[in-house]
Design a binder for this molecule. Structure first.
Ligand SMILES: [Zn+2]
Length: 166
């Protein structure tokens, strides 16, 4: 079977709420690791056939770069694990709605489905400010929003509250 035929023959596993919550909890664990190091708590995992193949978390402070978002690290990790840049069999789970950079990365990586927790009214680009996945790019990931959304939002609230002087 050529690569093109393999693409056509492949179907993602049916979305399952239980699996979505399980992988969102993995992303939340990474978000907590970020918070423990003083980073805004955002975590992400890339899953292929029920298995985590990429992990990432926000590292902007440590790496001193605006590009160190959780999703980019998870996508990079998955590409390394799978030995290629096309993540067309993978689902991206992230605790916060992707920004335009990360939504763009999901499109570029050909990720067919993105699942996020909390909405982001300031930068969310999968439905909040704009929905990049509905624009006529060459690839349109499906989106599931609000998976453990309240718990993911609480992680962020707690973090910012802890920064405020008492
Ligand atoms: Zn981002």
């Amino acid at each position: 079977m050529s690569g093109n035929e393999a693409w056509k023959a492949f179907t993602l596993p049916e979305p399952s709420p239980a699996a979505d919550e399980r992988f969102m909890r993995e992303a939340m664990a990474l978000a907590r690791e970020a918070a423990a190091e003083g980073e805004v708590p955002v975590g992400a995992v890339v899953v292929r056939a029920g298995e985590i193949v990429g992990r990432g978390r926000n590292r902007r402070e440590r790496d001193k770069t605006a590009l160190a978002h959780a999703e980019l690290e998870a996508i990079e990790d998955a590409c390394r694990t799978l030995g290629g840049w096309r993540l067309w069999q993978c689902v991206l789970y992230v605790t916060l709605e992707p920004c335009p950079m990360c939504a763009g990365a999901a499109i570029n990586a050909r990720i067919p489905r993105v699942v996020y927790g909390a909405s982001d009214p300031k930068a969310g680009s999968c439905g909040s400010l704009v929905n990049l996945f509905s624009l006529p790019y060459n690839h349109h990931p499906a989106v599931t929003s609000g998976v453990l959304g309240e718990e993911c939002a609480a992680l962020l609230r707690e973090f910012f509250r802890s920064l405020r002087p008492r």
